[in-house]
Design a protein around this ligand. Sequence first.
Ligand SMILES: C[S@@+](CC[C@H](N)C(=O)[O-])C[C@H]1O[C@@H](n2cnc3c(N)ncnc32)[C@H](O)[C@@H]1O
Length: 209
Amino acid sequence: MPELQELPEDNIFQAYGILLLENKHRFVKKLKKHYTPSIHGHKTWNSSFLLMDYFLHKQLLNNKQRVLELGCGWGPTSIFCAHHAGCKVTGTDRDDEVFPFLELQAALNQVEITTESISFEKLTKKHLTDYDIVFGTDICFWDDLAKIHYNLINRAKKAGVKHVLLADPGRQPFFDLAERVLTKHDAELLDWYCTEPEYFEGYILHVKL
Ligand SMILES: C[S@@+](CC[C@H](N)C(=O)[O-])C[C@H]1O[C@@H](n2cnc3c(N)ncnc32)[C@H](O)[C@@H]1O
């Protein structure tokens, strides 16, 4: 990891080989005058670094894979997949106000991410057929989301998706989801930690379909 003074300017940080922007960055401040994410998609969340670390550790990614991110927000993990492994990535989110922030960060890292405004509930089996890996970070934060993601994982299996991965700081709805998924699918719930941009602990639910 380079020393801070090697970064191009203030309020940019590096993690797992990609550059990301703080809320205080001058371009982020400008975007915030026009776009207001309203379902917690107002920053990069730490669970995204857990999944980057897990992807590296398990060597799950390659440039043949088509990957879909659920609730991508500013898209840190989508950007990582495109940058690190050359995956073809689609970032989805119900809140289309997040996409300008994703596009800014994608441009900073010289990758292209396809974006689509769609909710978890509306992603059909037909939709999911186009993907090998489906993942999301910190997207199971309300009670009703446990059931919504459980149903989504079942649709992903029918669609032929190979892996569903969710990273989470350890919220109760995520554990409720994990409990149901572990009884139905070949899945693992793992304690995980990452070390970039700083130490952070959480969980990975890895469903092998
Ligand atoms: C806590 S943020 C996490 C953002 C990003 N994954 C990260 O780790 O930085 C949750 C994201 O899920 C999106 N979201 C919430 N409910 C959703 C739904 N029903 N369908 C699709 N996206 C949703 C929000 O707009 C937001 O971008």
